[in-house]
Design a protein around this ligand. Structure first.
Ligand code: GLC
Length: 674
């Protein structure tokens, strides 16, 4: 059952799809304290209570023991001390003596203190202007399902989006793209798409293609498609300020950009230098921005990734001018005055702090405004909606462009509601072993909040990868819907064909493609039913104390449990089996062994060239034969890996993979013999 409580009006966030009348009075479970500025809800946690959810965040699956902030932030250092990443996913479930869910439908900042200040107290504080939904009845999975009903069906991408994609910041010309395609094809490694980062644009201008570096872009797109590879393009939130650039000119003419207090376009610095931010909270401006994707769709593009849409601000023009014109001369004077005797370290630190303050400054976010269809609202109040509405702009336009086609679309910044329009990738992670585990832990939390099409940059975005890290990360990535290898400019190249163990990468990709019928069927089923594709063990084995404490294994779909290795030089890992399962050890789709293991703890050796997973009792896994890409895998001759004692039925999705019509109505029941 869901109950809604309203605390003042807010700009529509479009997070939910159901109208629920607000209750009178205050929500149960919480103690509510109203101060003039903030409202604070607190809940006394029992010793055994765990808290799950909050989507894309740092730390554990159980969020207890830290504080988190919903404030979408462009931050490329995803370490434990952080309290925000790129998304605001304000739904959590307290699971224990009393189990209930709470969703704060609020477009602005929220502080969640989950046993940080006081180990026994969970508190949530935020400013007026939000709705609180309390979900209860049943166990955690029922609560999640009920909540998912409230927020609407998750985005379903085209089937090719379950293939593998290669990306890198730094593919600057046509030749670079052809080389990547060639590298993968030469080694017989499957590949569905190549991602183009900002380098394809002319001067980092959205919806342009550099004709100098991509003289025959349309031909490149069609050549690639004929090889079974699609190009997926990045679009950034900020639009370059430049006379004669049509997107800028049109937006200025029609007043489609966010404005400062005086009504002038608010200028910020991002990749193209001085830029302005489309007012995606305004319907007319949003439709206009969405319509701009047409230029690229007309060139044959079928997939996009929306970036820098927290929105990221390297500096605001105003703050930077103030810095250069006031602070810098003062600092220079101080420097020359003190340099003989050595610059005091405080002066230097002050300088450093002032430089740091230029980026993503909270005061800047409060200095520009949206015209939310007639209501002027400060950006700070609706900050967390920006990435969502930029993505909505694109998705809504795709529907107009081709009403029956699915496009690939995912975003860096998001909030709940966006899960209906696209997926997310988890931003600028690093080539660190701990980030394999972070990737794993974010999966169920994101699923709870409706985000099913998710994935992390495999191999890590920042810093240099090593071959073993990439292999181990792939051993998780092959199970994850968005499977993309991406890395930052200047880091070591990390395309699979560059490494020594090419055969292993090829085999891992074959296994991924073999898994697509299962992944795709389970994914669509979860989207349609409001289920989670990745579940923590504790959500299913609810009475099992060990399962509750297991945070490095996940159930994947109805049949599998996964337990990747996430430490360098490990020869394997301990795995907890909450029930009897069948261990499957694969080096390729052809070569695998099976072994039934009893419930309990097992040390499972896992060599670098092996993929290991577990099949639950009574369950089966279909495996397709490899293909160059998702369209070409052999689904007619499925191989079944099974742990059954009697014939069973598996329902597999056999649709065309790209149309929107009758989605999910093409499940075929296949009887699998024991
Ligand atoms: C941001 C994105 C990253 C991209 C880079 C350049 O850091 O998160 O994926 O490569 O910008 O566009």
């Amino acid at each position: 059952m869901i109950k809604k409580y309203s605390f003042g009006r807010h700009i529509p966030s479009y997070a939910t799809v159901k109208e629920i009348a607000a209750e009178k009075g205050l929500p149960g479970y919480f103690r509510t304290e109203e101060a003039p500025e903030k409202i604070c809800f607190s809940f006394r946690m029992e010793k055994e209570d765990a808290v799950f959810g909050l989507g894309e965040q740092t730390r554990g699956i159980n969020k207890r023991g830290w504080s988190y902030t919903s404030r979408n932030t462009d931050d490329n250092v995803h370490t434990e001390n952080k309290t925000s990443l790129y998304g605001a996913h304000n739904f959590f479930v307290v699971s224990g003596k009393r189990t209930f869910g709470a969703f704060f439908d609020c477009p602005g900042e929220i502080a969640f203190d989950i046993g940080y200040t006081d180990t026994e107290v969970l508190s949530v504080s935020l400013s007026r202007g939000f709705d609180l939904y309390i979900v209860d009845g049943g166990g955690i999975l029922e609560i999640v399902k009920e909540f998912r009903g409230l927020i609407g069906q998750s985005y379903i991408p085209p089937k090719w989006a379950f293939g593998f994609g290669q990306s890198r910041w730094g593919y600057t010309c046509e030749e670079d793209i052809r080389q990547v395609a060639e590298g993968y094809r030469r080694e017989g490694m499957s590949l569905d798409c190549i991602y183009l980062d900002i380098d394809y644009m002319e001067g980092f201008k959205d919806f342009t293609v550099s004709r100098e570096r991509f003289p025959e872009f349309e031909r490149l797109v069609s050549d690639m498609k004929s090889e079974g590879i699609r190009l997926v393009l990045i679009i950034d939130a900020a639009v370059k300020v430049e006379k004669g650039y049509s997107v800028y000119e049109e937006g200025i003419k029609n007043g489609y950009f966010c404005k400062d207090e005086e009504g002038n376009p608010y200028v910020v610095g991002v990749w193209p230098g001085d830029s302005v931010l489309p007012d995606v909270l305004n319907t007319e401006a949003r439709e206009w921005f969405g319509g701009k994707y047409r230029t690229l769709l007309d060139m044959g593009i079928e997939g996009f990734w929306n970036d820098m849409n927290e929105p990221a601000i390297f500096y605001s023009k105003k703050r930077f001018s103030g810095f250069m014109e006031n602070f810098m001369p003062e600092f220079a004077e101080e420097y020359f005055r003190t340099k003989e005797n050595g610059l005091p370290i405080e002066t230097y630190n002050h300088f450093k702090d002032r430089v740091k303050e230029l980026e993503n400054n909270a005061e800047d976010y409060a200095e520009f405004y949206h015209d939310a269809d007639g209501t002027t609202v400060s950006h700070a109040e609706v900050h967390n909606l920006y990435g969502y509405h930029m993505t909505k702009a694109a998705a809504e336009y795709f529907r107009t462009y081709n009403p029956d086609k699915r496009y690939l679309l995912f975003s860096r910044s998001s909030s709940i509601g966006m899960h209906r329009y696209g997926g997310v990738w988890t931003g600028d992670n690093a080539s660190w072993w701990t980030h394999i585990l972070l990737n794993l832990k974010q999966l169920p939390s994101l699923n709870m909040c409706g985000f099913l099409y998710v994935g992390a940059d495999l191999g890590g975005f920042m810093y240099n990868v090593t071959e073993d890290l990439l292999l181990r990360w792939f051993a998780l990535g092959i199970f994850v819907p968005l499977m993309r290898n991406h890395s930052a400019l200047g880091t070591r190249a990390q395309e699979c064909y560059r490494f020594k163990n090419k055969e292993t990468f090829k085999n891992f990709l074959d296994i991924r493609y073999g898994l697509i019928p299962y992944l795709y069927s389970e994914y669509v089923r979860c989207a349609l039913n409001g289920d989670m594709l990745f579940k923590p063990l504790s959500f299913v084995y609810t009475e099992d104390e060990r399962a509750k404490a297991t945070e490095d294994q996940l159930l994947f779909g109805e049949s599998l449990m996964i337990a990747p290795v996430y430490e360098q030089n490990a020869i394997g890992r301990y795995v907890y089996l909450p029930e009897r399962m069948k261990l499957v050890r694969m080096t390729s789709t052809e070569h695998y062994t099976e072994e039934i293991l009893e419930r309990g703890d097992w040390f499972i050796p896992v060599a670098l060239d092996e993929i290991v997973f577990f099949i639950r009792e009574g369950k089966v896994l279909p495996l397709a034969g490899p293909g160059r890409n998702a369209d070409e895998i052999d689904e007619d001759n499925l191989r079944w890996v099974k742990f059954i004692e009697q014939d069973t039925v598996y329902r597999i999705l056999r649709d065309d993979g790209y149309s929107l019509k009758d989605i999910g109505e093409k499940f075929v029941a296949i009887t699998v013999k024991k």
